[in-house]
Design a protein around this ligand. Structure first.
Ligand code: NAD
Length: 503
């Protein structure tokens, strides 16, 4: 039996329970039907229905927010060492079910097993990393003044909402939920409607690990219903959101009346800038990896290639050969490098740019075609002869589609790199150290790598500028979001207190 057949057989076993019962909401440790009935989740591989999913509405969010509110004091006041043990058991539970998580994720999202097989383990790593920080999370400073001993301490902000997108749902959910739980917050999670399977596995794993009922609640549903209600709920103190920039702006508006604290991780149109003095073989590998892995459905993807005109022809020739060689196929085949795009709607959006590119005068140098009609497959695509003003250079396509634009000088490269609404990541390839220092200083992006692809290191800050987001997480920045700073001043003597109305 091939590995693909073996994976399909295993997946079928894992899906049986979803087919039998559908996906319920999970509130206060109980399965709950959605007040809006059900919707269906389908697989992008063959457009087949996977299962029914509870359609949560405002009343389900209200129940979940109340459960998170009721569970808050218990979780907050549990000794840090005990909370740490629960988080480590969650990491162990994820590792034990890594294969199930990976296979379900591939089938639900279309992501290739080659990449998703590691996603569950990265999720476990998120829990282990933040488990290690639990004990220090509340530590503060001692700021002595002449009359007072001032101390600071951090306390968890309260119940929080986590709203996640469909592209790599399991990993992204753990990235938010692990630090929230480590901080002592309780959570209502609203997963993306297009890929709800692994959020259900996560809540099961947390409960099996001993997380008290109500500390993590999952409500499925749509953005304009359950998502909006979560942002508006008065008992939810903060929203950690990952998704599109225009949704980020809605999140801000919806949370205004309840003065919500928001952390927004949004879209990108990230440049990879290749100068002619760079190690071109490594630059080529990294540029290809950063746009064509994870189906190009990746916020940090390098979707704009800015290449120096002196090496453009040579670089693009090698690029075209490699792109044409990328294997598109069944996501459960371990050899597959690109699987199907997540939904019909997203497929239509990505495919529409094949015509937009031609209308704008660019050349489709590779791909630009769909593959079969069983699922939402496209060939990896490269546009050349493009300018930075074209829609293919300005709009987030969020698929395996790269736009190549030549530049001649460093100043021109910088101007083009920054000439975008977004500012999430940038990738600079040069062996000139002073140029790298100069360039990265002026590049408008929250995260920049020099002579490297995106290599995530959990203690570093993650987030974007401009339309790519507000706020950072990773390391202690996550605790700054999920916790409140508190100052307490203790008088150290009988300092003079100004008397008003004294006789
Ligand atoms: P999306 O904004 O359409 O949806 C994301 C989530 O928000 C979903 O759960 C959705 O139901 C919910 N939502 C939609 N409208 C809402 C509303 N009015 N109120 C509350 N919730 C609402 O995004 P998507 O299409 O699922 O994901 C792709 C986007 O996510 C891309 O733009 C990508 O760049 C971005 N993304 C960003 C990062 C990052 O870290 N910066 C990471 C991954 C993905």
């Amino acid at each position: 039996m091939s590995v693909l057949d073996d994976n399909i057989t295993k997946l079928s076993g894992y899906l049986d329970r979803f087919r039998a019962t559908g996906i319920q909401n999970r509130i206060a440790g109980q399965d709950m039907a959605g007040a809006g009935g059900v919707f269906q989740t389908t697989s992008p591989v063959d457009k087949s229905v996977i299962c029914d999913v509870a359609h949560g509405t405002a009343s389900d969010i209200d129940a979940a927010a109340n459960a998170a509110h009721d569970a808050f004091a218990t979780w907050r006041d549990m000794p840090a060492g005990e909370r740490k043990k629960v988080l480590i058991r969650i990491a162990e539970g994820i590792e034990a079910r890594a294969e199930e998580i990976a296979l379900c994720e591939c089938w639900d999202t279309g992501q290739a097993f080659k990449f998703m097989s590691k996603a569950a383990l990265r999720g476990a790593e998120n829990f282990r990393y933040f488990a290690d920080q639990v004990v220090q999370a509340r530590d503060g400073q001692h700021l002595k003044s002449p009359t007072l001993m001032n101390i600071t301490t951090r306390v968890p902000i309260g119940p929080v909402g986590v709203i996640t997108p469909w592209n790599t749902p399991f990993m992204l959910s753990t990235w938010k939920i692990a630090p929230a739980l480590a901080a002592g917050c309780t959570v209502v999670h609203k997963p993306a409607e297009a890929s709800p399977l692994t959020a259900r596995l996560l809540v099961e794993i947390t409960e099996e690990a001993g997380l008290p009922p109500g500390v993590l609640n999952t409500v499925n549903g749509f953005g304009e219903g359950a998502g909006k209600a979560l942002c508006e709920h008065p008992k939810i103190k903060a929203i950690a959101f990952v998704g599109e920039s225009r949704t980020g702006s809605l999140i801000t508006k919806q949370g205004a009346d309840t003065l919500k604290r928001n952390h927004l991780e949004l879209g990108g149109k990230n440049p990879v800038i290749v100068f002619d003095d760079a190690d071109l073989d490594r630059a080529l590998d990294a540029a290809i990896f950063m746009i064509y892995s994870i189906n190009g459905e990746r916020c940090t993807s390098s979707s704009r290639l800015l290449v120096q005109d002196t090496i453009r022809e040579e670089f693009e020739t090698k690029l075209i050969a490699r792109v044409n060689n990328i294997k598109v196929g069944h996501p459960l085949d371990p050899a597959t490098e690109i699987g199907p795009l997540v939904t019909q709607e997203h497929f239509d959006k990505v495919v529409s740019y094949f015509d937009i590119a031609k209308e704008d005068g660019a050349t489709v140098a590779a791909g630009g075609v769909t593959v079969g009609d069983a699922g939402y497959f496209v060939r990896p695509t490269l546009f050349t002869q493009a300018t930075n003003q074209m829609r293919i250079a300005q709009e987030e396509i969020f698929g395996p589609v790269l736009t190549s634009i030549p530049f001649s000088t460093e100043d021109e490269a910088l101007e083009m790199a920054n000439d975008t609404a977004y500012g999430l990541t940038g990738y600079v390839w040069t062996n000139d150290l002073t140029r790298a220092l100069r360039f990265t200083d002026k590049l408008e992006a929250g995260m920049i790598w020099v002579n490297s692809e995106n290599v995530r290191h959990l203690p570093t800050p993650f987030g974007g500028v401009k339309a790519s987001g507000i706020g950072r997480d990773g390391g202690d920045w996550s605790f700054e979001f999920y916790m409140e700073q508190k100052h307490i001043g203790f008088a150290t003597g009988q300092h003079k207190i100004t008397k008003l109305g004294a006789l």
